[in-house]
Ligand binder design. Structure first.
Ligand SMILES: O=c1ccn([C@@H]2O[C@H](COP(=O)(O)OP(=O)(O)O[C@H]3O[C@H](CO)[C@@H](O)[C@H](O)[C@H]3O)[C@@H](O)[C@H]2O)c(=O)[nH]1
Ligand SMILES: [Mn+2]
Length: 748
């Protein structure tokens, strides 16, 4: 292991250290070799192309077209490979020493305030009980309770969610002291009672109390209405009365409820409670609400009027805390007096609970959440923001490190000190004002201040813009995951989520802030390329479409451009393919993955290329042309028992009719047919094997990846099988494609 940094005998005990991973040096050497191979391939492409053009007749048009397509595919693959190298140049691993920080903070007695933002948007896709668990898990942080404030943004504008939080506020008075007394590590009640091994009278009592709350909340969820008898006091009645006739999710006034106030509320042992504030910002059909970024900006302002803590933690409603000392770990970086100034955020990776053994839908997203961030963390400016599990320096949301931007109201600026309780009347009316749907008109919110608008992946975009301004960030991945979130467990949900990301990324790629131009100019080549890797990620769909459709269809119609087995060039292809795949596998294994998980991951990468990336790109361009509007389709977090059982077993769920499934089924059919044709040709004309080999390999490889699809069409009878309609449409489309190819090739 390389020597750790920051250690010296005279210096105070370190708060954090890091070391560079061993793999950095061999990776750099390999990059040089691989790059030479890519150059060789393009030399060959160029040579062949000029040759073709020089001797071209109208008849060679199909071959020229095929060759051009392959050059385009390879160019995109090469670009993606180059951008990935940035993550492999200097991956680092960090360690934190929260004990040293605690000693320091205990001595000074100055624990910084922490404002936690939790966003939810739909009580039926994001069950309020799950949001409540997230909130309870952070309210119970191992941190002075009077320094924590939890703000819940409800874009669903639902009284069901508010009711759940009224219940949570009461339950928290028991839960927080219980966590402290028993030194729990799992402070989300659901996770704790779900895994609890020991049992005692205390634990049983607490469990009964929790279950009772859950039943009350689930009852009102079932009824879709909060009945009078569920309410226990006048205050609750007043709050819920705000849902007057005409109150809809898209059109309603602000609802702002202080559910716990640390100035007056105490737990059952007399300790101060953290603040807990519910806010459903004003919505009106006439103004854009900018989805989650808009919600976060409202929370930034509302919290500024009430507590204005210097540290902000952003959480999605499903991301509960899995380790109570996480804020201390984040502060190991944020609180270091000198460096803290340029540090915008400390990002913890997204980890998930409930992933099945082989992670069939690649929900873990190891590249995105683990492998690439450690690589960027080793660069000058650090990693990207992934939307949840991230601690911000509030100041970073207000202009670059060197020149702060001031807002339209003194109270909203980061240095403004709030010294009153959250329930202070004047602050409450101010909170209402800054949550108005037209408050941001004519201000810098969303453009230069706060979370940035303009992309459906507001996380990626905001992190990127902050880093362009000169802010740094840190990636912190302790052994025990700091947070755990939910995953979509149907293929359709996974792909819909990915389609939204695709659109959001393309919005950035094709804006004036394109990372390959603006990013490189602002942050240098490495950071710019790293951000480009994601922004142009949807382009994976181009080589996949070419190799899964155009190349095999041309091949069975007699047009091919692959080298023969005896050709030396084949070695180059083999090296490029095996080299890229093997290195990807190594990356995976080095971050605690298994071979089977890696296999699922590469399969999902191919599937995304032919589905969500493809349709997302089409949607993006349609929207650019004004044909469709952008929506943020919230990921479903509810699962039924049957679905989870099937997922547990590792079986793909298709079930619904969706365009996503048409393209992958088509790829499965085209490559099956090609494979059969190629094998038959070899059987009857063995001397042709040399010419057939590469196509046979490619189609065979696609087929192995498509196994769950064949199974879904032919071997399954359950509800999750591939719908007959999808299979039929796909077959029909393949027929048309084949006919068109045949016609084009044979009419010249
Ligand atoms: O209008 C909206 C839409 C969404 N959300 C919230 O945003 C979060 C993320 O939404 P989700 O449907 O879970 O999206 P995912 O694709 O699972 O989330 C990833 O991608 C998002 C960007 O598309 C990021 O915001 C998230 O942090 C990141 O985890 C959830 O808490 C939602 O409640 C809102 O508050 N308002
Ligand atoms: Mn999510």
């Amino acid at each position: 292991m390389a020597p750790t940094q920051n250690l010296s005998t005279s210096a105070p005990p370190p708060l954090h250290t890091f070391h560079v991973h061993h793999r950095a040096v061999p990776y750099r050497l390999f990059a040089v070799v691989y790059l030479s191979a890519i150059l060789l391939l393009f030399y060959h492409h160029l040579y062949k192309l000029t040759n073709l053009l020089l001797h071209s007749t109208t008849c060679s048009f199909p071959l020229v077209f095929l060759h051009l397509s392959m050059v385009l595919a390879d160019a995109i693959l090469a670009f993606m490979w180059i951008t990935v190298q940035v993550f492999r140049m200097r991956p680092i691993q960090r360690r934190t020493f929260p004990d040293n920080l605690v000693k320091m903070l205990d001595k000074s007695g100055k624990y910084p305030g922490l404002d936690v933002f939790i966003c939810t948007a739909d009580p039926y896709k994001e069950p309020p009980m799950s949001v409540v668990n997230t909130a309870l898990s952070v309210m119970a942080y191992e941190y002075p309770t009077d320094r924590i404030s939890v703000y819940v943004s409800d874009d669903g504008g639902s009284k069901l969610t508010l009711f759940a939080f009224m219940e949570a506020a009461k339950f928290a008075r028991h839960w927080l002291p219980f966590c402290r007394a028993n030194r729990l590590v799992e402070r989300s009640p659901d996770a704790y009672f779900g895994n609890n091994h020991s049992s005692s009278e205390d634990i049983e009592e607490m469990k009964t109390m929790y279950e009772a709350m859950k039943v009350r909340v689930e009852n009102i969820m079932e009824r879709g209405e909060v009945n009078e008898e569920c309410l226990t006091c006048q205050r609750e009645r007043v709050a819920l009365n705000k849902w007057r006739p005409g109150f809809t999710r898209q059109d309603h006034p602000t609802v702002n409820e202080v559910l716990l106030d640390n100035g007056e509320d105490r737990d059952i042992t007399g300790h101060k409670m953290p603040n807990l504030v519910y806010i459903a910002r004003e919505k009106s059909k006439s103004s854009s609400h900018h989805f989650k970024a808009g919600a976060l900006n409202v929370l930034t302002r509302v919290s500024a009027t009430m507590t204005n803590a210097p540290v902000i933690l952003t959480l999605d409603c499903d991301t509960y805390s899995n380790d109570p000392i996480t804020p201390l770990r984040a502060l190991c970086f944020l609180w270091e007096p000198l460096k803290g100034l340029e540090l915008a955020y400390v990002q913890f990776p997204q980890h998930f609970s409930g992933i099945n053994e082989n992670d069939i839908y690649a929900n873990e997203n190891k590249r995105l959440y683990r492998v690439n961030p450690i690589g960027m963390d080793g660069l000058q400016q650090g990693t990207y923001y992934v939307g949840t599990g991230c601690f911000f320096h509030r100041r970073a949301l207000f202009g670059s490190p060197s020149s702060q931007l001031f807002t339209e109201r003194r109270e909203l600026n980061p240095e403004h000190v709030v010294d009153k309780d959250v329930k202070f009347e004047a602050d409450l009316s101010m909170a209402h004002l800054v949550a108005n749907s037209n408050y941001e008109d004519g201000t810098n919110w969303g453009s230069k201040i706060g979370f940035r608008y303009g992309s459906l992946v507001e996380d990626y975009y905001t992190g990127y813009k902050l880093q362009c301004e000169g802010w740094k960030s840190v990636f912190c991945d302790p052994e025990r995951p700091a947070f755990l979130g939910d995953i979509p467990i149907s293929l359709h949900d996974v792909l819909s989520q990915n389609k939204r990301w695709t659109i959001g990324l393309l919005e950035v790629a094709f804006s004036k802030y394109c990372p390959s131009i603006y990013g490189i100019r602002s942050m240098g080549i490495l950071m710019g390329l790293a951000y480009s890797h994601f922004a142009f990620g949807p382009f994976w769909s181009i080589p996949f479409t070419i190799y899964a459709f155009i190349v095999p269809l041309a091949f069975i119609n007699g047009v091919s451009s692959f080298p023969k087995v005896t050709d030396l060039l084949l070695c180059l292809y083999v090296f490029l393919f095996v080299g890229a795949y093997a290195q990807d596998l190594i990356d995976f294994l080095l971050t605690n993955g298994t071979i089977m998980q890696w296999w699922s991951d590469q399969r999902m990468w191919l599937i995304r290329g032919l589905t969500s990336h493809l349709f997302g790109s089409i949607d993006f361009f349609l929207q650019k042309l004004g044909f469709s509007a952008l929506i943020f389709d919230v990921t479903n977090k509810v699962v039924d028992d049957e679905q989870s059982k099937q997922y547990e077993k590792g079986v793909f769920k298709f079930g619904v009719t969706s365009p996503f499934f048409v393209t992958i089924t088509m790829a499965a059919i085209v490559n099956l047919i090609t494979f059969v044709v190629v094998v038959l040709r070899v059987v009857f004309l063995p001397e042709k094997f040399g010419e057939m080999f590469v196509q046979m390999f490619i189609s065979g490889f696609v087929m192995v990846n498509c196994w769950p699809i064949y199974e879904g069409i032919a071997l399954r009878v359950d509800k999750g099988r591939m719908p007959m309609k999808t299979a039929t449409i796909s077959l029909l489309l393949v027929g048309i494609l084949h006919y068109v190819t045949f016609y084009l090739i044979n009419t010249c």
